[in-house]
Write a protein that binds this ligand. Structure first.
Ligand code: FAD
Ligand code: SIN
Length: 521
């Protein structure tokens, strides 16, 4: 198959790129499950952007830089904050039904923001945006291939000319050639035992780009969202309790009803996520308890039902009525701040290869991401990537390629072997590479992950690359890279906290962690 623009992933980044590239050529989106199965679809709080007269671009820039723990770069942050509001308005014009009053967006409040600036569609912003974008790009002529998995990138003379793909239903492997390729495959939450992410978040794009020789940055900065429902899951993911709930006055309490956040930060419940997640972790460890409480029983029932209808309904279905009792919550893996290194136009180290969205590191989030800046970053840099990619389109003579005959004939690996390793990996990452880290635990994780990786790589080379096997291989690669980055950073900063180096060390570590392909990883 051939196309002008090959887009890997149908979340907000892939779809925004598509929208902007469509006037210039044929766009093919491949996505490994159904089109809307993406982290985007589950986003709750909203998109941070400056619309209020009380607010200013400078304030949003300042909040983002402050939250980033010294590693966010002013240039991409400024671009994001300045170009964001126009794109949010565009989304609204395409039909996204954001909450508004008298023609103005109704703005929510979230932690780390000094003003109300969260544009939202009740508490299901992601779903509303995702559906609008999918419908729009389909109507405008994009080719959307569901159940197509990108396995690896194809390079010719150091130029990316597409990706090897698996048609998951037909079990057919083929090269999908393209003049330009965009990786928009999202994050890595699925490598942790407990995560707010759906199971697609296996870091495929990061692993593919790494294998192809692109630089990867800052993977140690895995963000744990402070509040997700404790005890029951929805499929493999936990229910997120949006930060906007604390923005409206929700309180964190220990099981005996005491508030505790003021002990940790004067901003209390509205301190940035790294601080709140570590505070909860500390309370749980000190008290030997399994969860804390998010209490909204003092807020009006109308406010909860009106602003958080989905969260309210799902809590009821999980057996807790938030109007009558406090919700049991714990921090869980939520967002990868690092990723494939790109410039401010989405260009990776490899010609012909662009990347956008959660899979990237463009310099915005630094050591910690400000709430609701991810959807914003995705739309801004996906748009910029498209506008840059259209300028570099060139005709390419595609080589005749055939997937190795042995691989085509090979049998799939037994599913239970794959799922056993997947679970073992998720447990190791949860226990050893979580909110609070230590040298001992990181080294223990490294030994185990590299051992599994070696074993799976061997099996990968002799078995048919099914979706679960490809995902496991990528999860192991991402896990080994996260651990490597975490071991390199001998300090504590933002989301990376190591008890052996509890202080921030600007002299030696006020820089990004850059990693490139290595034999032993
Ligand atoms: P995704 O939306 O994850 O899309 C990735 C796509 O790539 C999917 O379609 C996936 O199937 C596909 N894919 C992956 N690998 C392959 C492959 N190998 N081949 C083919 N296709 C592939 N951020 C905010 O700013 N505000 C919020 O309110 C907010 N709330 C959140 C709530 C939850 C519960 C979660 C999980 C995240 C939230 N985030 C929020 C973060 C934000 O949703 C994500 O960072 C953002 O949506 C990422 O968009 P993306 O397009 O980069 O990736
Ligand atoms: C939330 O609603 O708390 C999630 C916001 C985000 O991840 O930015």
């Amino acid at each position: 198959m051939e196309t002008d623009f090959l887009v890997i992933g149908s979340g907000i980044a892939g779809l925004t790129f598509t929208l902007k590239a469509l006037p210039y050529g044929n766009v093919s989106i491949i996505t490994k499950k159904e089109s809307t199965e993406a982290n985007t679809n589950y986003a709750q709080g909203g998109i941070a952007a400056v619309f209020s007269a009380r607010d200013s671009l400078e304030l949003h820039i300042r909040d983002t830089l402050q939250t980033g723990g010294g590693l966010s770069k002013e240039e991409p942050v400024r671009i994001m904050v300045e170009e964001g509001p126009g794109l949010v308005t565009e989304l609204s014009k395409l039909g996204t039904e954001f909450n508004n009053k008298d023609g103005k967006f109704e703005l929510g409040m979230e932690a780390g923001h000094s003003e109300r600036r969260i544009v939202h569609a009740k508490d299901a912003t992601g779903k509303e945006v995702e559906n609008t974008l999918v419908e729009t790009v389909k109507a405008r002529g994009a080719d959307l291939f569901e159940n197509y998995l990108a396995i690896d990138l194809i390079l010719k003379d150091s130029y990316c000319i597409g990706a090897w793909c698996l048609d998951v239903e037909k079990e057919n492997i083929f090269p999908f050639f393209s003049k330009t390729t965009l990786i928009a495959s999202g994050g890595v939450g699925e490598i942790y035992l407990h995560t707010t992410n759906p199971s697609i978040a296996t870091g495929d794009g990061i692993a593919m780009a790494y294998r192809a020789g692109a630089r990867i940055a800052n993977l140690e900065f895995v963000q744990f969202h402070p509040t997700s429902f404790y005890g029951k899951k929805i499929g493999s993911r936990t229910l997120l309790l949006s930060e906007a709930i604390r923005g409206e006055g929700g309180l964190l309490k220990t099981q005996d009803g005491q508030t505790f956040m003021k002990k940790y930060d004067p901003r209390a419940e509205l301190a940035p996520r790294d601080i709140v997640a570590r505070a909860i972790d500390n309370e749980l460890k000190e008290r030997g308890e399994d969860y804390v409480l998010l209490d909204v029983t003092h807020l009006s029932a109308n406010l909860i039902k009106d602003k958080f209808p989905n969260v309210y309904e799902v809590c009821l279905s999980l057996g807790v009525d938030p109007l009558k009792e406090a919700i049991p919550v714990v921090p869980t893996a939520h967002y990868e701040c690092g990723g494939i290194l790109t410039d401010i136009n989405g260009q990776t180290d490899i010609n012909g290869l662009y990347a956008a969205g959660e899979t990237t590191y463009v310099g915005v989030h630094g050591a910690n991401r400000l709430a609701s800046n991810s959807l914003l970053e995705s739309i801004v840099f996906a748009k910029r990537a498209a506008l840059s990619a259209v300028k570099t389109l060139k005709n390419i003579q595609y080589p005749a390629l055939d997937y190795a005959v042995e691989t085509k004939r090979a049998q799939p690996l037994q599913e239970n072997i794959i799922s056993d390793y997947r679970l073992k990996l998720k447990k190791i990452m949860w226990n050893c590479v979580g909110i609070v880290r230590s040298n001992k635990k990181l080294k223990e994780a490294k030994t185990k992950v590299l051992q599994y990786k070696k074993k799976i790589e061997k099996l990968y080379n002799t078995h048919f690359p099914t979706l679960p096997l490809v995902e496991l291989r990528n999860m192991l690669t991402c896990a080994s890279l996260i651990i490597e980055c975490a071991l390199w950073r001998k300090e504590s900063r933002g989301l990376h906290f190591n008890i052996d180096y509890p202080k921030r060390d600007d002299l030696h570590y006020k820089k990004d962690t850059i990693i490139k392909i290595k034999e032993d990883l």
